[in-house]
Design a protein around this ligand. Structure first.
Ligand SMILES: NC(=O)c1ccc[n+]([C@@H]2O[C@H](COP(=O)([O-])OP(=O)(O)OC[C@H]3O[C@@H](n4cnc5c(N)ncnc54)[C@H](OP(=O)(O)O)[C@@H]3O)[C@@H](O)[C@H]2O)c1
Ligand SMILES: [Zn+2]
Ligand SMILES: [Zn+2]
Length: 349
């Protein structure tokens, strides 16, 4: 076994503490990656706050780093390559979803970067709030030249989660897109929709985000708490990407969807209650998405390199991870915390 350092929660709501972690010895198709940067996703916050405390929880599932060692059958990567890894580290590879490159929908459920069960040895995966991660080569992506490795890290969860629905819903020049909730996912949805040529609006509780919306390339801001603005925007958007991190009534957002348009709810993944008439009137569709398959993830990274898209980040030393989680809970981030792991001593090869 290899050892490294990371940040672990021992029970629900516990502050993360720095501890020594084990990583498996490399299998033939594994890479060892020195984690340089890892984004802090709201899912990490949900996981830490809800953690039952039976197994160690090390969050972190959007990271970039450098390959430090390769298994004997690895040909796609060499030591020294810059790579990016997201929230899926394995899948069955043989089901209908894996065969079409939607490993995120694997019938055997994809192995998550943390809190997942390794398909070969049954251990619980530990995430990338740590200095080293060992990953199957096919779930690592070359980081395209030109992308800043810190600002690119959030593309691997926040970015791909909004990219798949934008692409699947055919967003392109002239599509009227609204993004509800301007946080980590939301600000990347805005940048990507704008880069795809869409006419892009933000729906936020915060009127003071108007300058940010313009800076991100968005065309308009609707303040969700202002009934007059919400009423005026009825039937206005072909696509609404809802990234709101809490349970909420989708009805006011469905009213903004245009005839035959779609609301994709990617933020809150629990029960959603819908009035059928909110769909009936305007033949509207309610959809969802999560993470991405390997081809889409690779395509996203290429697109971002070409269009100069990456996250707006606040970079913190990893020792400030608890402060990052607290501020994320207070909605005090514009727009993604990324942890710099260089304050964790490198113990690898
Ligand atoms: N589908 C997936 O695979 C997937 C992947 C990653 C994350 N997620 C989930 O997506 C959600 C967003 O993640 P994130 O990292 O983007 O979080 P985030 O940075 O905290 O952003 C969430 C946004 O939701 C809005 N919001 C928060 N609390 C709200 C409330 N009480 N009422 C109304 N709006 C509220 C805020 O926007 P405004 O202040 O602008 O209103 C906030 O910026 C989380 O629930 C996360 O678990 C899902
Ligand atoms: Zn995430
Ligand atoms: Zn599968």
């Amino acid at each position: 076994m290899r050892t490294t350092l990371g940040w672990q929660a021992d029970h629900a709501g516990a502050a993360l503490r720095r501890t020594s972690l084990r990583r498996r010895d490399l299998r033939a198709d594994d890479l060892a990656v020195r984690v340089d940067y890892c984004g802090v996703c709201h899912t990490d916050l949900h996981a830490v706050r809800a953690h039952p405390g039976e197994a160690p929880l090390v969050p972190g599932h959007e990271f970039t780093g450098v390959v430090t060692d390769i298994g004997q059958e690895v040909t796609r990567f060499a030591v020294g390559d810059q790579v990016a890894v997201g929230n899926i580290v394995d899948s069955c590879g043989g089901c209908a979803m894996c065969e079409v490159g939607q490993e995120n929908f694997c019938h055997e459920f994809p192995t998550l970067t943390y809190g997942g069960t390794d398909r070969r040895d049954g251990t619980t995966t530990l995430g990338a709030f740590s200095r080293e991660y060992v990953v199957r080569d096919v779930f690592a992506y070359p980081l395209p030249a030109g992308l800043d490795p810190a600002a690119a890290a959030p593309l691997l969860c926040a970015g791909i989660t909004v990219w798949e629905p934008l692409r699947a819903l055919g967003v392109g020049p002239g599509t009227r897109v609204a993004v509800a909730g301007l946080g980590g996912l939301g600000h990347l949805a805005v940048k990507l929709a704008v880069a795809l040529g869409a006419d892009t609006t933000v729906i936020s509780r915060s009127a003071d985000k108007a300058d940010d919306v313009r800076r991100l390339g968005g065309h308009d801001l609707i303040v969700s708490t202002d009934e007059r603005q919400m009423t005026a925007a009825r039937d206005r958007f072909d696509v609404v990407i809802d990234t709101i991190a809490v349970p909420h009534d989708v009805s006011p957002y469905l009213k903004l969807v245009a005839l035959d348009g779609t609301l994709s709810q990617v933020g809150h993944l629990g029960t959603v209650t819908v009035q059928a008439t909110d769909l009936l009137i305007g033949r509207k569709k309610l959809s969802s998405a999560g993470s991405g398959g390997r081809p889409a993830t690779a395509a996203l990274l290429e697109f971002c390199a070409q269009h100069d898209v990456a996250a707006d980040i606040e970079l913190l030393p990893s020792a400030r991870v608890n402060e990052a989680l607290d501020r994320l809970a207070r909605n005090d981030v514009r727009y993604r915390f990324v942890l710099d792991m260089s304050d964790l001593q490198w113990e690898g090869s």
